[in-house]
Ligand binder design. Structure first.
Ligand code: GTP
Ligand code: MG
Length: 208
C-alpha cells in the first residue's frame, strides 16, 4: 500500500494546550526523547523535506506543533509534534513546564486518538518511556512504539531488536528510518488504524 500525501501544512505552535484550535480531524501525537528523530519522521511520513524543523542540536522543537495532512484517497489526519524530553540543557523553567503541558494535552485533548512513542533502537526503553507508556494506559490513550534510526542497526539484528522493544513496551513496535524510508508504509498503516481512519471505505451495499 502506497501512502501518498497530497497536502501537508504546518498550522501553528502552541505553548499551552489552550493555544491549540478545536480539533478538526483525528490526531496522533509523536513523543520521544530529544533528538530521537520525531521531526524527521514527520517529514518522511509527509514526503516533505522541511515541514517540521529538524536539527542535530537536541531541543529543536519547542511547544506543540500542529500539522495537517491529506492522503490520496481523501483521509485527513493531524499530527502533533511534541517537544522532546530528557534534554538537560534546557532552562529549568522549560523542563518544569514540560510535564504539565504534555500531561494536560495527553489527558484532555478530545481529538487525540493515539500516541507514537519514538525510541532510538540502540538505546532501547528507558525510564521516561516506561513512565509515558504507563501514563498513557492510565488515561486510556492508545500507544505504539517506533524504533527510530533503524538504519544504524545491521539488518541481521533488526528483527530481534524490534521484537525485544515490543515485548518490553507491551505495545506494537515498528522499525523505522527517515533516512532510508524503511518502515514508512507499515507505520502509516498502524497510525491510521490507531486513529481509526479508514483510507478505502467500502461503499455501502444496497439492501437486497
Ligand atoms: P527535538 O526536536 O530536539 O526533540 O529532536 P527530534 O526528535 O525532532 O529529532 P530530529 O528529527 O530533529 O533529528 C535529530 C537528528 O537525528 C538529526 O541529526 C537527524 O538527521 C538524525 N536522524 C533523524 N532520523 C534519523 C534516521 O532515521 N536515521 C539516522 N541515522 N539519523 C536520523
Ligand atoms: Mg523536533
Amino acid at each position: 500500500m502506497q501512502f501518498d500525501v497530497l497536502e501537508a501544512d504546518y498550522l501553528l505552535t502552541a505553548v499551552k494546550v489552550g493555544g491549540l484550535p478545536p480539533p478538526m480531524f483525528a490526531e496522533v501525537a509523536f513523543a520521544g526523547r530529544s533528538n530521537v528523530g520525531k521531526s524527521s519522521l514527520i517529514n518522511s511520513l509527509a514526503q516533505r523535506k522541511k515541514l517540521a524543523r529538524t536539527s542535530s542540536t537536541p531541543g529543536c522543537t519547542r511547544g506543540l506543533n500542529l500539522f495537517r495532512l491529506q492522503l490520496r484517497g481523501g483521509a485527513n489526519i493531524d499530527f502533533v509534534d511534541l517537544p522532546g524530553y530528557g534534554f538537560a540543557q534546557r532552562s529549568k523553567a522549560e523542563r518544569v513546564s514540560w510535564g504539565p503541558m504534555i500531561e494536560g494535552f495527553l489527558t484532555h485533548r478530545v481529538g487525540l486518538r493515539g500516541v507514537a512513542i519514538l525510541v532510538d533502537v540502540r538505546r532501547g526503553l528507558e525510564d521516561e518511556e516506561r513512565d509515558l507508556l504507563e501514563f498513557l494506559a492510565h488515561v486510556k490513550q492508545r500507544a505504539l512504539v517506533v524504533a527510530t534510526k533503524i538504519d544504524r542497526v545491521p539488518s541481521s539484528k533488526r528483527k530481534l531488536a524490534v521484537l525485544d522493544l515490543a515485548k518490553r513496551a507491551g505495545v506494537k513496535a515498528i522499525p523505522f528510518s527517515s533516512h532510508t524510508g524503511d518502515g514508512r508504509d507499515e507505520l502509516w498503516g498502524a497510525l491510521l488504524r490507531m486513529a481509526a481512519i479508514d483510507l478505502n471505505p467500502t461503499p455501502m451495499q444496497p439492501k437486497p
